[in-house]
Design a protein. Structure first.
Length: 142
């Protein structure tokens, strides 16, 4: 009589792979829509996700409208001047630009952020701390 062999890969019922979710939201809460980067669920911080970021340069400049700033910019491939310094009152700021006005001459400057190196102020600045705190003019001493 011949022995019948079975291969170890044959199963009587099919097996399916079930991935385990990395994060399960608490009952009753919802996740942000796809593409959202807020990192918050129903006003709460989601573990493993970054908090909402508010400290972008344009937001900090908007908080300091009306203050005098010195803006340092570098313009590559410019034969007349490579770097330039602008001093004036912050009138407006957008995602890609800054508007300064020179109170002595009345001249207005529309400056593209792409050329921005840094900005200095001669007084304390308003700064909205990005992670749930209130406005901060300076960091506490270390």
């Amino acid at each position: 009589m011949k022995q019948q062999t079975t291969t170890p890969y044959m199963y009587s019922t099919p097996m399916y792979y079930q991935p385990t979710p990395m994060y399960t939201p608490p009952a009753g809460s919802t996740l942000p829509a796809a593409g959202g980067t807020t990192g918050q669920v129903a006003g709460q911080q989601v573990p493993g996700m970054l908090p909402a970021e508010e400290s972008y340069i344009e937001n900090i400049l908007r908080l300091n409208r009306g203050k005098v700033a010195t803006v340092y910019m570098t313009f590559e491939n410019n034969r007349e001047w490579n770097a330039k310094i602008f001093k004036g009152v912050i009138e407006a700021a957008g995602r890609d630009h800054l508007v300064l006005s020179d109170p002595q001459t009345g001249r207005r400057y529309l400056l593209p952020m792409i050329y921005l190196d840094y900005i200095t102020f001669d007084e304390e600045i308003e700064y909205q701390y990005p992670f749930g705190g209130g406005p901060m003019a300076s960091y506490p001493p270390r």
